[in-house]
Design a protein around this ligand. Structure first.
Ligand SMILES: [Zn+2]
Length: 508
């Protein structure tokens, strides 16, 4: 059976850039656009040329993308001609492959927000699509508040969509701008729209305000829409947009969609999904969501002992898809609840095995030292260590118990203090100062001092997890426990440094 093509449209750089606290530089935008292009996204929406300097510059750049690079902007304002609207003119002149126009499709908004008539709104859509087409651009029309509009006045909402389609818009995109529509409503309404406009010209733009962004997108596809708009990691204002990082693997791996549709993302590129998702988080300086479907650290993590031993026999017993398909990995969490099978599974992790191999240590499940390691994990968890969240600390514990870890350095003493004072500009500032005295081998001790802002959050909890990263983007997490928060942090930090040295096979 030949499969139908579904198109993916990414709006991370436009709608995603509306997220509170997100501020992309030109370079960020170019990097993300390339990443999306390599992933196989069909349309990359860059932003609003003419509306802000970064976006204007972005559209002036040489981009060399396979994807259809799309500029976004408003249809002509009421009471003006298309040629006499500077905003529309700048949009049409932008160096873009496609133009996505946004227009109202809810009669209430036309009256109250635009303060114009339904007829003038329809004329604005027709004129703007015609003007953009005349410049040889592919045209999309985002019908703002389409679903709310359709519920209040279906004839008018449809007339807006129809006006764009009749003028030759390639796509008419139905937007759930407030994000309050539910999947069964989306399925019904899209089903009615595709009676009037062919589904292969209909797109869905869902927001996540009832956490249905992904579900609404899939419901629209079931009803006949053939373009899905969304963002990486569901970035977007308020509760975000439909999350393409969840939608893409669902389309590729769930038979209902995979058997009927092709998308631009190849099986090979699907393996980059974890990387793409984390690269965006890194750029935004955000901790990745451990519980993100498909790509989170915990998406394929199992703690309970029975589940863990079943997974070792056959992963399909507790996994809906294989983690490697999306570039993730299975994680069996070592904890006091789990017993020996989890510790053994933890010991099978590639980074643990390769270091032990290097030391000539072969792990046998009946080895007494495996029992010792399990006891140690239990003892330490009883006093507050959490190895399930700190795989690098577990690795160190395993290397130390089953093999050896070189003594790279000895911290003779450290001193950390926090001071609040006025700076030279008379502003009140808080600074942290740390001095560490380290001895390496028989050399003279090294003394190093540094100043920082040093915020220690969660002062009530003297268990500290530290997440570290190297220049290649590898992550590891370590844990420290002490009644003193600084000491707990220090332990976790030391584990992190030693872990990296062992992994890199640094000479002692
Ligand atoms: Zn939106």
């Amino acid at each position: 059976m030949s499969r139908e093509r579904l198109y993916l449209f990414d709006t991370t750089l436009r709608d995603g850039a509306q997220t509170n606290g997100v501020d992309f530089t030109l370079n960020d935008k170019l990097t993300i656009a390339r990443m999306l292009d390599q992933l196989g996204i069909d349309y990359v929406e860059g932003g609003y040329p003419g509306a802000n300097p970064t976006d204007t510059q972005l559209f002036a750049e040489e981009r060399n993308l396979e994807a259809t690079f799309t500029a976004f902007g408003m249809a002509r304002r009421p009471g003006r001609s298309a040629s006499n609207d500077p905003g529309l003119a700048a949009l049409i002149e932008a160096k873009a492959d496609a133009i996505c126009l946004v227009a109202k499709s809810w009669d209430y908004h036309v009256r109250v927000a635009l303060e114009t008539t339904p007829e003038e709104n329809l004329a604005s859509i027709r004129d703007s699509v015609r003007a953009a087409k005349a410049k040889g651009r592919e045209v999309l029309l985002d019908c703002e508040h389409f679903f709310d509009g359709y519920k209040s006045n279906p004839q008018f909402a449809l007339a807006c969509a129809r006006a764009a389609y009749d003028e030759g818009a390639r796509w008419v995109v139905l937007c759930d701008t407030n994000g309050g529509t539910l999947p069964h409503e989306v399925e019904r309404i899209v089903g009615e729209v595709v009676q009037v406009i062919p589904g292969d010209h209909v797109g869905i733009h869902a927001h996540n305000d009832t956490e249905q962004g992904v579900a609404n997108s899939l419901a629209a596809v079931r009803a006949g829409a053939r373009q899905i708009q969304g963002t990486l990691n569901g970035l977007g204002e308020r509760c975000g947009n439909a999350n393409l990082v969840s939608i893409i693997p669902t389309l590729k791996l769930k038979p209902e969609f995979a058997d009927r549709f092709d998308i631009g993302v190849s099986d090979d590129k699907l393996k980059d999904l974890v990387h793409v998702s984390r690269a965006l988080d890194e750029m935004l300086n955000r901790a990745p969501n451990r519980h993100a479907p498909y790509v989170g650290e915990s998406a394929f993590a199992t703690k309970a002992g029975i589940h863990a031993s079943a997974i070792l026999k056959d992963p399909a017993t507790y996994e809906h898809v294989a983690p490697e398909i999306v570039g993730n990995r299975r994680k069996l969490l070592v904890s006091d609840q789990s017993g020996k099978s989890n510790v053994l599974a933890g010991l099978e992790r590639a980074e643990i095995v390769s270091v032990l191999d290097g030391l000539g240590v072969k792990v046998d499940k009946d080895d007494l030292r495996v029992g010792q390691l399990l006891d140690l994990v239990k003892q330490r968890e009883a006093i507050g260590y959490a190895y399930e969240a700190a795989d690098a600390s577990f690795a160190l514990l395993a290397w130390r118990t089953l093999g050896t870890v070189p003594k790279y350095f000895d911290v003779e003493k450290y001193d950390a203090n926090v001071e609040q004072r006025y700076n030279a500009r008379g502003e009140r500032v808080t600074v942290a100062m740390a001095i560490v005295k380290v001895k390496i081998g028989n050399d003279e001790p090294l003394i190093s001092a540094a100043e920082g802002t040093g915020p220690v959050h969660a002062l009530d909890l003297a268990r500290v997890l530290i997440e570290s990263e190297d220049e290649k983007g590898e992550h590891w997490t370590t844990v420290g426990v002490s009644p003193n928060i600084i000491d707990a942090s220090f332990q976790a930090l030391m584990d992190s440094v030693v872990y990296k040295l062992v992994r890199s096979r640094a000479p002692a």
